[in-house]
Unconditional design. Structure first.
Lengths: 177, 409
């Protein structure tokens, strides 16, 4: 089905392309979110990635590789944006901002989420990418490797390293159980 | 837990679970709307007035995605009971900062700016006839089937739009006009009841992105004359240059895609725009020669002609992953201006790799300037390009800063 949609989209079928995006975007969005950390930035990255995918679709040689190809575009867009973010905008979601969330339901888990998102900012963006793809997009490690165009062994070692760094950034007591 | 997670330590499992839950909850709290207008409304990204974005690509991309994701972005039209939308400019004179034209002030505005799927951005629909958009939305997306128009009885409907998202291609040299209206050499076509004039952006080919189309349903000869008068009055804003893929570099001279910038000689042409052939992403190909990617069958073998002293420069990035950590790959082999680069040969081309600030050679995101030069002067031009190369402010290698390169002895 996906293959047919890709073939149709390559011929200019906008509805087919929209269905491809609808299918893949939500999980990729979570991965992108891990990289750029700001939902607004993540949504813009997804916009840009979708546009780029549409433009580059005629160049996709293997229609069966659509999902990995789109994820790669999105993650690279996210890494690009993260590189430009520097460390200026990294406190958009942080424990500090929790103080301003007057009226937010304390049971909503906001503080815990903020802690995790703040911890992510301490990691290199490449670590965030591998974590986002693995645990945000829920991809198997081989698919993570494909999305990042890196060898499987590299993906595994990077994942292990990133988890360790995230654990250190959180501190064991801060990890949501 | 998947097989992949069976090897995680208890601590890693806890971290992974926390991260998975957090990303899911944050994404649910700020959901990605992939099929409605809400996403567009949340991120209004409008074309800047005046000069176009670098190479016009960003603007075209944004416009197209708005269409791609939000088929619901239908015209703010003057339907029954709806107020007439306002147009930029003054009554009788449309001006959106990018271009302007005159029209009879007695015409009604039938629609303001909207997007037609992936294909086009409409700037205005106006006239004295009846008009209804052919665009629709469904649960699965939407599409456009063509306008429903009635201009009978000496009435007229005029639609002004541009096509967006056209595939990047090389310059075709299609500049032969089929009509001239006022100062505007245009390409005129007819299709059933409609007459369309394509107005080239300065420097662009017919068929290029960002050209403006004036499509007319005329109920008679007087109405067609009115449309011709509109086209005759059409003017691009000062300093407007082609945002598409084919333009004379004499109108530019500095490339800037937001990530980095560099100067290039004003007699160079833009040969190709952005394209991906994993593991490379070409940002731009410039020069005086010809170039084709030669991609196919799992690889790319560029086809280049720089005979007669011509030159082709391809600027690209590698989009696979960087090495793990700083490995000491920081020895530059050449320096141009302030840029210490790694020089290598790739077939008949010479290639200079420019590191992201903080990165080492070989890292993802580094920029490669690949040059095919048909003569010594071409090589000098390329070196000047590299010397003028600058990363955008704030560019980093993910916050990593590898040790400062040791000068080559």
């Amino acid at each position: 089905m996906e293959r047919e949609l890709v073939l149709a989209a390559r011929l200019g079928d906008e509805v087919a392309f929209a269905r491809l995006i609808q299918e893949e975007a939500p999980r990729t969005y979570r991965a992108v979110l891990a990289v750029v950390r700001s939902p607004e930035d993540a949504q813009e990255v997804m916009q840009d990635a979708s546009i780029r995918a549409w433009r580059q679709l005629p160049g996709l040689r293997d229609p069966g590789n659509w999902a990995a190809w789109f994820r790669r575009i999105a993650v690279n867009q996210a890494l690009d944006r993260a590189g430009r973010q520097g460390r200026i905008r990294l406190h958009e979601i942080s424990p500090d901002s929790f103080e301003a969330e007057v009226g937010r339901d304390p049971s909503s888990g906001w503080a815990e989420r903020a802690a995790v998102m703040a911890a992510l900012q301490l990691l290199p963006k490449e670590d965030r990418a591998v974590l986002g793809l693995r645990f945000g997009a829920d991809l198997a490690v081989p698919d993570v490797a494909a999305a990042l165009a890196i060898p499987l062994g590299t993906a595994k070692s990077r994942l292990h390293r990133a988890l360790g760094r995230l654990a250190a950034a959180l501190g064991d007591d801060d990890v949501r159980r | 837990m998947s097989d992949d997670e069976s090897n995680l330590t208890a601590q890693e499992e806890r971290v992974a679970a926390a991260l998975r839950l957090t990303l899911r909850e944050v994404s649910e709290e700020s959901p990605l709307n992939v099929d409605g207008s809400a996403w567009v409304a949340k991120n209004p990204r409008r074309r800047p007035n005046g000069r176009r974005l670098p190479l016009g690509m960003a603007a075209a991309l944004v416009v197209m995605l708005v269409g791609a994701i939000a088929f619901a972005s239908l015209p703010r039209g003057a339907g029954q009971g709806s107020p007439s939308p306002s147009l930029p400019g003054t009554p009788g004179h449309f001006d959106n900062g990018s271009f302007s034209f005159d029209y009879p002030a007695t015409w009604a505005t039938l629609a303001g700016e909207y997007y037609e799927g992936l294909a086009s951005q409409v700037f205005a629909v106006m006239g004295t006839g009846d008009w209804k958009t052919g665009c629709y939305t469904t649960a699965n997306g939407g599409g456009c089937t063509g306008d429903v128009v009635n201009a009978s009885g000496g009435r007229i409907v005029v639609k002004v739009y541009e096509l967006v998202g056209r595939p990047v291609s090389t310059c075709g040299g299609d500049t032969a006009a089929s009509a001239t209206l006022g100062p505007n050499a245009v390409s005129k076509s007819t299709d059933g009841p409609t007459t369309t004039w394509e107005i080239r952006m300065p420097g662009a080919d017919f068929g290029g992105a960002n050209n403006v189309f004036v499509e007319v349903w005329a109920g008679g000869a007087p109405q067609l004359a009115q449309a011709e008068a509109l086209v005759s009055s059409f003017r691009w804003a000062a300093n407007t240059t082609s945002g598409g893929h084919c333009y004379s570099a004499a109108q530019s001279g500095r490339y800037d895609d937001g990530n980095y910038s560099f100067d290039y000689p004003t007699d160079w042409l833009l040969i190709s725009g952005r394209s991906i052939a994993t593991p490379d992403e070409t940002d731009v190909v410039l020069g005086t020669g010809t170039w084709a990617s030669g991609c196919g069958g799992g690889g790319c073998t560029p086809v280049v002609d720089v005979s007669g002293g011509k030159i082709v420069v391809r600027v690209w990035r590698r989009i696979d992953g960087p090495p793990d950590g700083c490995m000491g790959y920081n020895q530059a082999t050449a320096t141009f201006g302030p840029n210490a680069v790694s020089e290598s040969k790739e077939g008949s081309a010479v290639m200079w790799q420019i590191r992201l600030p903080g990165a080492e050679f070989g890292w993802m995101g580094n920029v490669f300037v690949e040059v095919w030069a048909g003569g010594a002067s071409g090589r000098a031009q390329a070196e000047a390009l590299v010397a003028s190369f600058r990363w955008a402010d704030g560019s980093t290698a993910g916050g990593v800063v590898c040790p400062t390169p040791t000068p080559t002895t």
